[in-house]
Design a protein around this ligand. Structure first.
Ligand SMILES: [Zn+2]
Ligand SMILES: [Zn+2]
Length: 238
């Protein structure tokens, strides 16, 4: 948690209404809103790249500097491809991009121009980092009683990392709202804990009541609260 405490965001600045709306919408789904929106941005960035930026010289240059995608996003590309036709990952776009990088690497090996790590940052990592920051800033800068009410009644639960980042910065800006957020967060976590206990109780052989789906999946929501969702900003900060 030490690293988190040092990342303080700037003092209150203008609220983005678009990002505010996206945050409010995300509260109705399970999981951490910041993690899920970041993951969505990563997936969207990959599909956009495949379709619209395959022949963009600046994108191609960035991809060459980073040796393509980082391992996390390389395997996200594979995951999206395997998910099926709806994800818009086409072998043609992928092959054009990867063949270009392969040619570049063949030339590097010929010239003994070797490096153990890429010269540039993965293009999708950069987008994920910026997206995570935008939504965190929006949560902090747009926070009001309406946002808190929506968060309070929604299914979503901020993960440890994102709750800490929001809370630490919010105490600097508005202590009252920070306290309200803390109360809501604790209420959500206590409910989740009770749901998990209910599942344990109902799986006892003496129990005659079947656990609900909500109770049977409590472990997943606890895991996501503790570890966040599968984004590069979460996985790479381990
Ligand atoms: Zn999160
Ligand atoms: Zn990456």
């Amino acid at each position: 948690m030490e690293a988190i405490a040092t990342i303080r965001r700037p003092r209150k600045i203008k609220c983005s209404r678009i990002l505010y709306g996206e945050l409010i919408n995300s509260f109705s789904s399970y999981g951490c809103p910041i993690c899920r929106l970041t993951r969505h941005a990563e997936e969207k960035a990959i599909t956009t790249l495949m379709y619209e930026r395959v022949n963009d010289p600046s994108t191609r240059n960035q991809l060459l500097r980073s040796n393509g995608f980082c391992p996390f996003h390389a395997w996200m590309v594979v995951e999206l491809y395997r998910r099926g036709p709806d994800t818009s990952i086409e072998p043609l776009g992928l092959t054009i991009i990867l063949a270009d990088i392969l040619k570049h690497e063949i030339n590097n090996i010929k010239k003994d121009n070797l490096a153990s790590s890429p010269a540039g940052e993965c293009i999708i990592c950069k987008i994920a980092r910026e997206t995570e920051k935008s939504y965190l800033d929006s949560f902090i800068n747009c926070i009001n009683d309406k946002l808190l009410k929506e968060y309070s009644t929604g299914k979503s639960i901020l993960c440890i990392k994102h709750y800490a980042l929001i809370s630490l910065n919010l105490y600097d800006i508005n202590k009252e709202l920070a306290k309200k957020l803390k109360e809501i967060q604790l209420n959500k976590l206590n409910k989740l804990y009770t749901t998990a206990l209910q599942y344990i109780k109902k799986t006892d052989y003496r129990s005659i009541i079947e656990p609900s789906n909500d109770e049977a999946t409590a472990w997943f929501r606890i895991l996501e609260f503790l570890d966040g969702y599968k984004t590069s900003t979460i996985i790479k900060s381990c």
